[in-house]
Design a protein around this ligand. Structure first.
Ligand SMILES: NC(=O)c1ccc[n+]([C@@H]2O[C@H](COP(=O)([O-])OP(=O)(O)OC[C@H]3O[C@@H](n4cnc5c(N)ncnc54)[C@H](OP(=O)(O)O)[C@@H]3O)[C@@H](O)[C@H]2O)c1
Length: 291
């Protein structure tokens, strides 16, 4: 049985992707933030796909120690029940903020959740991904275009603008996917980014101020249902041979920013390693994986 881990699986796009992969017979660990919401989500999945092999692990992925704990729980499940193999990791959890707000560890929250959480979780699950020749999929956004990484103040300590910070975090998703491919394609691990388009979810109505709340309440009405982008996750993790491009919209490759270069990807990789206090291992082609 193939395995998948999906973060932000308790609602919106992540929940729809979970149902999509459950229909494809994946055994899935959904990562949620709040136990009650995850329980509700699990009921929805089981109603849609009776007998689905799905369970939830919960944690606040903004906090790095929580990412490490959650990764430990997932790793133990994969080792004991699925031969230590992970076929698909979907880094999807995300948030929008209206003001400069930090995590308990002192990192700006959008950068911490939308980028660093996936960076750290992927690091912890890399051995299982390598063993399966797995795929890593990020939920990006068209809003990454016309953005650059603010290298000298990546968390916007000065001049905070919430939308700019969100867009930068989505640029980081593609840069990290590119960085993963640059380093680990030879090990059989391949990363992609999905542009979901405008989707009707509550992301702009969670922990945001009244202006963002108001704007998003109306904007989301023009969005598609989460089931629409969910198909692209199914396509990217299932299709053989593996699709070759990096950035996908509705199961088709799409153009992405010129800022997505190996140089910028490498720079972000090193910066994120420092911010997480980790060092990704060197590539070891031929050791495990379906190269
Ligand atoms: N909606 C759009 O139009 C759109 C467009 C482009 C990209 N995206 C991206 O799509 C992804 C999913 O967003 P969505 O629109 O589906 O919104 P959503 O329904 O709010 O989903 C966000 C998910 O992240 C989880 N989450 C939030 N804070 C967390 C934390 N501290 N720790 C762990 N999990 C946390 C949420 O948990 P709860 O269920 O407990 O809140 C939820 O499961 C995000 O990365 C977003 O940037 C969305």
């Amino acid at each position: 049985m193939k395995t998948a881990v999906i973060t932000g699986a308790s609602s919106g796009i992540g929940l729809a992707a979970l149902v999509e992969l459950a229909q494809k017979q994946y055994a899935i660990v959904g990562v949620g933030h709040d136990a009650n919401r995850s329980e509700q989500a699990l009921k929805q999945v089981l109603a849609a796909v009776p007998g689905a092999h799905v369970r939830f692990v919960n944690g606040d992925l903004m906090q790095q120690r929580e990412v490490t704990r959650v990764a430990g729980e997932i790793g133990a499940i994969l080792e004991s029940e699925y031969n230590g193999k992970l076929d698909a990791l979907v880094n999807n959890a995300g948030c929008v903020r209206s003001w400069y707000t930090t995590t308990e560890e002192g990192y700006e929250q959008q950068f911490a959740l939308n980028h660093l959480a996936g960076f750290l979780l992927t690091y912890h699950l890399l051995p299982q991904l390598k063993r399966a020749g797995g795929r890593v999929v990020f939920t990006g956004s068209e809003s990454h275009k016309h953005m650059r990484v603010r290298w000298n103040d990546v968390m916007f300590f000065s001049g905070y603008h919430p939308l700019t910070v969100y867009k930068q975090s989505k640029l980081c998703n593609i840069l990290f996917a590119k960085g993963l491919n640059d380093r680990y394609l030879a090990d059989g691990v391949r990363a992609y980014v999905v542009d979901p388009g405008l989707v009707c979810t509550d992301i702009g109505n969670k922990n945001t101020g009244s202006l963002v709340n108001f704007v998003w309440k109306y904007r989301k009405k023009h969005g598609v249902s989460p089931q629409v982008p969910a198909k692209t996750y199914g396509y990217l993790v299932e299709t053989e041979p593996a699709p070759e491009e990096l950035y996908y919209y509705r199961c088709k490759p799409n153009r992405y920013s010129r800022e997505v270069t190996s140089e910028n990807a490498g720079r972000l990789f090193e910066l994120s390693e420092r911010l997480c206090g980790i060092q990704y291992p060197a590539s070891e082609p031929g050791k495990g994986g379906k190269t």
